[in-house]
Design a binder for this molecule. Structure first.
Ligand code: URA
Length: 222
């Protein structure tokens, strides 16, 4: 695997502004959802957790009923139930996850972000939207001086991370449980903890746990 470099354009912030105009389709959808649900957060969802963390978890995009409404990644989304339960079990979080941003849950040595920060229609961002949002992912990683472990939830997160790091796809194929060395980072692939994947048992809680058990063991090695 080649040594990897990160290079966000100078001055790119880690999070898009509330009214980020970059993806016209997502802006239109955001406005439609804001009209329907004016009490919701309804804006690009910022990363959750401290930038001093060694672990970054990358999801797909906020869900319309969950993160887009609550303003915290995976919070209120079905996928968050398994994710936060697993983080609590492995010591990457403490407190009680109650599916709301003021539940007091604290992440430890862990940060959560999304490949695309705005809620997409049908939960499916377009390739151009993933590309447009990538500079925020790069800026997020650049602001994490201790970053060593990156958990990629699903193929979109995996693919955008390979592009972020300039790694050829053939050198790091996606498969659940795969670990790819990427210079100073290790990339951990996992099936996304979506309702579909868990209901169909494509991803079981044990399969998900094994990813975080490996991350925990690797980080403990120093
Ligand atoms: N909620 C998120 O914030 N990200 C996902 O990938 C899924 C649900």
């Amino acid at each position: 695997m080649p040594a990897t470099t990160l290079a966000a354009a100078a001055g790119t912030p880690t999070d898009p502004g509330r009214n980020c105009p970059l993806c016209p389709r997502l802006v239109e959808y955001r406005h439609a959802v804001r009209e329907r649900d004016p009490q919701g957060f309804n804006a690009p969802v910022p990363s959750f957790g401290d930038s001093s963390a060694a672990l970054l978890i990358v999801g797909l995009a906020p869900g319309v009923q969950g993160a887009n409404r609550s303003g915290r990644p995976f919070t209120g989304d079905y996928a968050g139930d398994l994710l936060y339960a697993t983080l609590l079990e492995y010591g990457f979080a403490s407190g009680t996850y109650q599916a709301r941003p003021d539940d007091g849950l604290i992440l430890h040595d862990c940060r959560i972000t999304n490949a695309v920060r705005c809620v997409p229609p049908q939960n499916k961002p377009l390739p151009v939207e993933i590309t447009t949002c990538r500079p925020f992912l790069i800026a997020t990683m650049e602001m994490m001086p201790r970053l060593r472990a990156i958990v990629l939830l699903g193929r979109v997160a995996h693919d955008t991370m390979l592009k972020t790091l300039g790694i050829r796809a053939v050198l790091a194929p996606f498969s659940h449980g795969a670990v790819h060395d990427a210079g100073r980072f290790k990339l951990y692939d996992s099936y996304h903890c979506s309702r579909y994947n868990t209901n169909t048992r494509v991803l079981t809680p044990d399969m998900f746990r094994s990813v975080f058990a490996r991350v925990k063991a690797d980080l403990a090695k120093g």
